[in-house]
Design a protein around this ligand. Structure first.
Ligand code: GUN
Ligand code: ZN
Length: 686
């Protein structure tokens, strides 16, 4: 079946993503916010028009209500006659809702429905040319009992599958319901996905938002998305309040709708990112949008009501636009966590909601990239549920190999590690046989893997400024180091005189240790051997390993760039390169061959036919992925293999394994080198 829409995830951060959603030839970038257009007041005095939404505010998607259009004779006839786009004079993407919300707002209790059948309203949306129609789902309130919510859900799902038969060439939104019952939310998401829906809103959440139950909202989003999976564009129905947008986007919501810009304006309310204020309480505007640059609060207060509401609506739209832009920027640069952390200070209920993330560490870890650009921690208790923290601690616990060492030297003030004087002492100590470990809020960070994300990319508050209980946690996180140490331990702050360093420096050994441990942290253990042993052969001492490696360093920074080993006829075999941004290795094809030969994981299995293209250096598209190791995350180095396990290529995963498997569009692996790539060296057998 030809698909009506296409959703492609381009970049990931936490569980959030930057995507491209295409319906019937029109493409929008996600996350995106669609202003609600009331069909009754289009063209009304001072109302914002759809054309203005597109041309002035840059909205290439809006949402309106088909139930309201169908209810009025004049609008219904016009819509059927001219089509929705012409009627609204809008050529962007138009989504329509179905009347579910009206039955919730104005219906009299359970079982009360609007006067249209579920299939009639879908057919009507199709006939007026909506781009995305919505089924007549059952709005399930959070106070519903499990039994009622389940009954509603069964009705919604039944309507969903019947509506799929009449949708025509319109995309169809099938909402996730289930009230406040997380098992039903997850079941709902899973059923919607299995039904073949290509767009899903999370519904029934307006009452949660109206009563500031943002923590429950977090649970509902996570449960629904767990069922839906990452490949279906997800809309948070009725979320137009700026405060919740960053958190919802970080959890993987892609679309939002806002009626609030106009509704708030009618009540004289002015939106900012963190709250709304009443115009009567303002004597200056904290904004420089075209409205606020031109007028003062006193000007607006003197205006006729309609004119004032029109201007406030426009300010509210500018404000929403600024927030959506900031969300997209943060997702692209890998700082959505920091934006979410800031939103915790907007309201106590937001603080609780952000803290609720601690209970969803697993969900966040499943989609979060292996590394992002920066890592700024302000609230350390909270930051401990970031995937980076968990992964680093787990990696040090499971894969890091303690070097053959004499003393253990602990640098207690993490803030000093990059001062030139301290660096010099640490380098000298480690290359002469001390094991150097930095005490950090991430836990103990062995100095040899300090370049690796997230250690040296992190910015932490100074030790002295932390609350006692956080400091106690950090101190006790050093306990495994005491246990792993086989000699004297010295603590150094980095300020007082450095402890005496004995023995001759051996920088080559230190570099070899660095390479071995970064490789182990990244690729783990393969068939009982560390990935370092697989790549370089077994070794006993770092001196011995050093004699086997050719490590090329940057002339300017001294940092490792390339790792090679000697090959036949004096040629060097290039196995790895180190990325400057995050201190992690990328695999060259010969490195990939060695890991592959030892039976390494990190595999993405593709259809043999398309694998031939990957072997020539072309990217892997998600739709050709047959299976993928479940621990693959965006940014991981992966082996692209065929159905019988043959290696085709090596590259970098752009999305998590689950998304790779479930997505029908988009790139899953950016291939760096294929085995038949003209640039790639041909196999070498020792
Ligand atoms: N608008 C706000 N919430 C909902 C919902 O749950 N379903 C539908 N169809 N529209 C909504
Ligand atoms: Zn403004």
């Amino acid at each position: 079946m030809e698909t009506i829409s296409k959703f492609e995830v381009r970049e990931c951060d936490l569980a959030g993503r930057i995507g491209r959603f295409t319906v019937r030839g029109k493409t929008i970038e996600t996350p995106n916010l669609m202003p609600v257009v009331n069909p009754n007041i289009v063209g009304g005095e001072n109302a914002v028009t759809p054309v203005e939404l597109r041309e002035t505010f840059g909205h290439d998607i809006i949402i309106t209500n088909s139930y309201i259009i169908r209810r009025g004779d004049r609008l219904r006839e016009r819509a059927l006659d001219e089509g929705l786009h012409k009627m609204l004079d809008y050529d962007g993407m138009i989504m329509t809702d179905s009347g579910t919300f009206q039955s919730y707002m104005y219906g009299s209790g359970k079982g009360k429905e609007v006067d249209v059948t579920p299939l009639e309203i879908v057919a009507f949306q199709r006939d007026i040319g909506s781009d995305i129609g919505t089924i007549l789902d059952r709005f399930t309130v959070p106070s519903s009992t499990w039994e009622d919510a389940k009954q509603d859900l069964d009705i919604t799902l039944d309507r969903g599958s019947r509506s799929l038969e009449v949708m025509g060439d319109m995309e169809l939104a099938i909402p996730v319901q289930g009230g406040a019952h997380m098992d039903l939310r997850e079941l709902s998401g899973r059923s919607v996905r299995e039904m073949g829906a290509a767009y899903s809103p999370i519904g029934g959440v307006v009452p949660l938002m109206e009563s500031y139950r943002y923590s429950d909202l977090v649970d509902v989003i996570v449960a629904g998305k767990t069922g839906l999976g990452p490949s279906i564009p997800t809309h948070l129905f009725g979320a137009g309040h700026p405060m919740v947008l960053p958190l919802a986007a970080a959890l993987g919501c892609d679309l939002f709708d806002s009626a609030s810009y106009a509704k708030f304006a009618q009540d004289g309310r002015y939106m900012t990112r963190d709250r709304t204020r009443h115009l009567r309480d303002m004597d200056s505007f904290p904004c420089s949008c075209p409205v606020c640059s031109r007028y003062d609060p006193s000007d607006l207060k003197e205006m006729p009501e309609r004119e004032r509401a029109g201007l406030l609506s426009r300010h509210n739209l500018w404000s929403l636009r600024g927030i959506m832009n900031e969300i997209r920027i943060s997702l692209k640069e890998g700082t959505i966590w920091e934006m979410v952390e800031r939103s915790a200070s907007y309201h106590p209920a937001m603080y609780s909601a952000v803290r609720r993330l601690e209970q969803h560490k697993g969900y966040l870890e499943e989609s979060a990239p292996r590394s992002t650009r920066r890592f700024m921690c302000s609230d350390l208790t909270l930051s401990r549920c970031r995937p980076e923290f968990q992964r680093f601690t787990d990696g040090v616990g499971s894969y890091y190999q303690t070097p053959d060492h004499g003393r253990t030297m602990i640098l207690t003030d993490w803030g000093r590690v990059h001062s030139t004087k301290v660096e010099e002492v640490l380098k000298r100590a480690s290359s002469s046989g001390d094991w150097v470990v930095i005490r950090t809020p991430l836990g103990p960070a062995p100095y040899d893997i300090e370049d690796m994300y997230p250690v040296s990319q992190s910015v932490f508050p100074q030790p002295g400024s932390l609350p006692d209980e956080v400091m106690e946690d950090i101190v006790s996180s050093m306990e495994p180091i005491r246990q792993g140490s086989n000699g004297e331990m010295v603590h150094w702050t980095g300020v007082d005189d450095p402890p005496g360093i004995e023995g001759a420096a051996n920088e080559a050994s230190f570099l070899a240790l660095k390479v071995a441990n970064i490789v182990r942290m990244q690729f783990g253990i393969i068939g009982g051997k560390g990935a370092d042993e697989v790549l370089f052969g077994s070794w006993d001492t770092t001196r011995e390993l050093a004699s086997r490696l050719i490590i090329k360093r940057s002339r300017r920074t001294g940092k490792i760039r390339n790792v090679m080993v000697p090959g036949p006829d004096g040629k060097e075999i290039h196995l790895l390169s180190l990325r400057a941004e995050d201190g992690m290795f990328t695999l060259k094809i010969e490195g990939a061959r060695r890991l592959h030969g030892a039976g390494s994981g990190w595999r993405v299995v593709v259809e043999d036919e398309t694998g031939e293209y990957n072997a020539q250096g072309y990217n892997v598209f998600c739709k050709f992925v047959r299976s993928a190791d479940e621990n693959i995350r965006p940014g991981d180095e992966v082996l692209v293999v065929g159905e019988n396990g043959d290696l085709f290529a090596v590259g970098k995963a752009t999305v998590s394994s689950r998304l790779m498997l479930e997505a029908k569009a988009g790139v899953g692996v950016k291939v760096r080198e294929g085995v038949k790539d003209k640039k790639a060296p041909q196999p070498f057998s020792p």
